[in-house]
Design a protein around this ligand. Structure first.
Ligand SMILES: *[C@@H]1O[C@H](CO)[C@@H](O)[C@H](O)[C@H]1NC(C)=O
Ligand SMILES: *[C@@H]1O[C@H](CO)[C@@H](O)[C@H](O)[C@H]1NC(C)=O
Ligand SMILES: *[C@@H]1O[C@H](CO)[C@@H](O)[C@H](O)[C@H]1NC(C)=O
Ligand SMILES: *[C@@H]1O[C@H](CO)[C@@H](O)[C@H](O)[C@H]1NC(C)=O
Ligand SMILES: *[C@@H]1O[C@H](CO)[C@@H](O)[C@H](O)[C@H]1NC(C)=O
Length: 333
């Protein structure tokens, strides 16, 4: 009797194995998805640490040599930390976790975010994808993330952003794109991100201020475009950013600014123009920024500082003028 059962079991296993080679992985995953939820047993992979009860479960799978997002964790889990693994793609793994609020996928080897992989994560607040190998953001890359507040895409290889890729991020407050390869953006990439307050574009290859995109960011408070390749700032580049408090254009190659380059920045308090190629103090452009308290013009190529170089800046408290290697003359006034 025992022998008979064993044989049956072996046959069944063999059949299952044989079939799983033939049936696409996709279909198997779909079958698992279709099982009623209570039948999916929460399980903690040996390399993960699962904490908390049903209602507040958290999974830490840090530096665990994982190549995929584990699909057998508690479906109620709100926090999954997968930093420092070898995850390459996100297909068919996230629909299991519809209650997820925080997801850390930083320091993996993700090359593409694919399409609609976050479609069921309407509760997600924080998504860290920094230090991966992502090179472009497709049409529906972030579809469904309507409540996301923080998105870190720093230290990837992003070159292209589809105009609708960021379109669902209506609640996003902070977007970090530090250290990518973006040269320019198509129009309307930022349309729909009406809540965005902090945008970090540090160390990309922008040749121009993406004015037609910034125009959509009515709530923006801080914009960091340092270490890019901007040569010239056109009139009205920042028009519409009436709540902007801090702007950094440090470390670009600007040699000139249009007369109304800073028009519309009525709230600006902090402006960093250090380490550029400016040869003349942009007196006229700065004169519109009457609420400025901090100004850094260090590391530029001014030959002289004229008498009324800082006209109208009545609230200025800090003025940095270090490393002016070309300076020959300062007006005593
Ligand atoms: C994930 O874990 C790492 C290592 O412990 C930690 O530094 C990081 O802050 C965690 N991420 C989140 C979002 O809590
Ligand atoms: C995202 O993860 C990286 C590396 O793990 C970390 O340095 C960074 O601070 C995280 N971002 C946020 C917004 O917490
Ligand atoms: C920029 O605006 C200034 C007035 O502030 C004007 O003199 C200049 O011609 C404008 N530049 C361009 C390229 O339109
Ligand atoms: C500029 O500063 C003045 C005085 O501090 C303040 O009354 C005004 O509201 C400020 N303007 C903006 C747009 O913040
Ligand atoms: C800017 O200045 C650097 C040196 O500080 C120089 O090598 C570069 O050619 C200049 N670029 C432009 C566009 O003027």
């Amino acid at each position: 009797m025992a022998d008979h059962t064993d044989t049956t079991a072996t046959t069944a296993t063999a059949t299952a194995t044989g079939r799983s080679r033939a049936v696409p992985v996709r279909l198997l995953l779909l079958l698992v998805l279709l099982l009623p939820l209570p039948q999916i047993r929460a399980f903690c992979p040996s390399k993960c640490q699962c904490l908390g009860g049903e209602a507040n479960s958290r999974a830490l799978c840090v530096d665990a040599a994982l190549e995929d997002v584990p699909i057998q964790l508690n479906p109620e889990t709100k926090y999954i930390n997968l930093t420092l693994n070898r995850i390459r793609n996100l297909e068919f793994s996230l629909p299991f976790y519809m209650k997820l609020e925080i997801l850390d996928l930083s320091q993996n080897i993700i090359e593409t975010l694919g399409s609609k992989n976050f479609e069921y994560q309407s509760e997600l607040r924080t998504l860290n994808l920094s230090r991966n190998l992502v090179s472009s953001l497709h049409k529906h890359a972030f579809k469904g993330l309507t409540n996301l507040l923080l998105l870190d895409l720093g230290y990837n290889r992003i070159e292209t952003v589809h105009p609708t890729a960021l379109g669902d991020l209506a609640s996003l407050v902070e977007l970090d794109l530090t250290n990518n390869n973006i040269v320019s953006l198509e129009d309307n990439c930022f349309k729909g991100m009406a809540a965005l307050e902090v945008l970090v574009f540090r160390n990309n290859r922008l040749l121009d201020v993406p004015a037609s995109n910034l125009w959509h960011l009515h709530a923006l408070k801080s914009l960091d475009m340092s270490d890019n390749l901007v040569e010239f700032v056109r009139n009205d580049s920042f028009e519409g950013l009436k709540d902007l408090l801090a702007l950094s254009l440090r470390g670009n190659v600007m040699s000139e600014l249009d007369g109304s380059a800073f028009e519309g920045l009525i709230s600006l308090k902090h402006l960093d123009l250090a380490d550029n190629n400016l040869t003349v103090v942009p007196t006229q452009q700065l004169a519109k920024l009457s609420n400025l308290t901090y100004l850094n013009l260090g590391g530029n190529r001014f030959a002289h500082l004229p008498a009324v170089a800082f006209l109208n800046l009545f609230h200025l408290r800090e003025l940095h003028l270090s490393r002016l290697d070309y300076l020959q003359r300062i007006d005593s006034r």
